[in-house]
Ligand binder design. Structure first.
Ligand code: GDP
Ligand code: IMO
Ligand code: MG
Length: 430
């Protein structure tokens, strides 16, 4: 059976956790393919909220084998705590498997992320300070330590000794920080984490392919989003992995021909945490309203998310970059009560119109959005169960987003709850 991908089309926090949870009902396996605990994926079931960082959002279903793929970077301490929190809430985590090829986030990665951000001052990226960038950098430099190294004390210590010498020298000489102790790190990782992580380490590529061969349904869950992608995002204000659909292949070991459904997820407006260009960002009473009503604060870091209007230029480009087959639109309920809604349909800079993201980053920094205006609606739509039950202006908004992006919107979120997703039937398709 083919695999389905869930990929964010904006700057993250579009509702990937909620959509993954919903789709997982009909899946047998959910694989997280990149990122680490910089992600915060929220699922709300019967008023109970689950905020997942590393564990795939399908974990709540007993029918799912949750897999942390080779493309993920893993802080074992965070993972074990997250598992404990789920177990405390009665969730069975015993089927969780972790790729031995995934890279470990080490204490020096977190420390370097923190001090590098401080060092950059007003030019900082606004990272989550979880050590994500430094861990992927070590992976690319081939000095990373992998999950499978926890299985071999000698190799783990050998690798740690080599790499820590360099890291301590950077910490001391560049950042004026204290050196970290190899013995302390080895103790924590080998004596505390390894015994508990070892039973979960697996050849996840084989597991995924055996599932595909057995005709099972597999969901590949992205973290972050298209415009935080290291290659295609608003570099350098990006994360250090590839959330775009190609990353789903490399981060899980599934070849591209296995992907048959690539669901782009888009919020009904746009948010962004951290620094970087944001053409449709707004700073008025409407952004205040959306921020409060939509609880637009980071799931993990608590940081306030920046708010802007829906941007069709971004979505058109995301369609190209990910081969999107459709869109799941979330948080439409939050726009209830906004009198006039803007949609960005193009950019303008120096007399040139852009229907796709400008190739050169410096152009993106100065583009002006070209807006179309839509009358809003005042009704609460959180109880709607069909497209027809939405107010006419909400329906028009959805149909306009479809037409201007060239993508069918197949699901519309009207609340945080698991069931608060409308499915659009074929008669509304483009
Ligand atoms: P993710 O990182 O893409 O998984 O998204 P987050 O979980 O960080 O942020 C999305 C937030 O919006 C969460 O608090 C969700 O519970 C919530 N959410 C998702 N879909 C909807 C929706 O359709 N309506 C409302 N009101 N909330 C939603
Ligand atoms: P989910 O999966 C929103 C942002 C950070 C920062 C940049 C780099 O919940 O959508 P990093 O720590 O990754 O090096 O930070 O990326 N960022 C996110 N923004 N949602 C996320 O994840 C994010 N993960 C990273 O704010 O701007
Ligand atoms: Mg999030």
């Amino acid at each position: 059976m083919p695999a389905t991908v869930v990929v964010g089309t904006q700057w993250g926090d579009e509702g990937k956790g909620k959509l993954t949870d919903l789709l997982a009902k009909d899946m047998q396996m959910v694989v997280r393919y990149q990122g680490g605990h910089n992600a915060g994926h929220t699922i709300v079931v019967d008023d109970e909220s689950f905020a997942l960082q590393l564990i795939p959002s399908g974990i709540l279903y007993p029918n799912i084998t949750p897999i942390i793929g080779n493309g993920v970077v893993v802080d074992p301490g965070v993972l074990l705590t997250e598992m404990q929190h789920l177990q405390d809430k009665g969730v069975d985590t015993s089927k969780l498997k972790i790729s031995g090829n995934a890279h470990l986030i080490m204490p020096y990665h977190q420390e370097l992320d923190r001090v590098a951000e401080r060092f950059l001052g007003k030019n900082s990226l606004g990272t989550t300070k979880r050590g994500i960038g430094p861990t992927y950098a070590d992976k690319a430099s081939r000095v990373g330590i992998r999950v499978q190294d926890l299985l071999d004390e000698k190799i783990f210590r050998q690798k740690l000794d080599v790499v820590l010498k360099e890291k301590n020298s950077i910490l001391a000489k560049v950042y004026n920080r204290l050196a970290l102790s190899a013995e302390e790190i080895a103790n924590t990782y080998l004596n505390d984490y390894a015994p508990r992580i070892t039973p979960m380490i697996a050849d996840t590529v084989s597991l995924v392919h055996e599932a595909l061969e057995a005709g099972q349904n597999i969901l590949l869950e992205g973290a972050q989003a298209t415009y935080l992608d290291l290659d295609h995002g608003t570099y350098p204000f990006v994360t250090s992995s590839n959330p775009t659909a190609g990353g789903a292949c490399t981060g899980s070991g599934v070849g591209p021909l296995h992907l048959n459904r690539i669901i782009g997820i888009a919020k009904s407006y746009v948010t962004r945490v951290g620094a970087g260009p944001f053409p449709t960002e707004i700073f008025d009473e409407r952004s205040e309203y959306i921020s409060k009503k939509g609880h637009e604060f980071g799931t993990n870091t608590g940081r306030r998310r920046r708010i802007g209007w829906f941007d069709v230029v971004m979505l058109r480009q995301a369609k190209r970059l990910n081969s999107l087959s459709e869109i799941a639109l979330t948080k439409l309920d939050i726009l209830s009560g906004v009198e006039t809604i803007n949609v960005c349909v193009g950019y303008e800079a120096d007399g040139v119109r852009y229907d796709y993201m400008p190739y050169h980053q410096s152009i993106l920094h100065k583009v002006k959005p070209i807006y179309e205006q839509f009358p809003g609606w005042s009704q609460d739509i959180s109880q709607a169960t069909t497209f027809d039950q939405l107010p006419e202006s909400a329906r028009n908004y959805i149909l306009f987003l479809q037409k201007s992006s060239g993508l069918n919107i197949t699901m519309v979120g009207v609340g945080p709850g698991r069931e608060q997703f409308l499915t659009l039937n074929d008669s509304f398709k483009l």
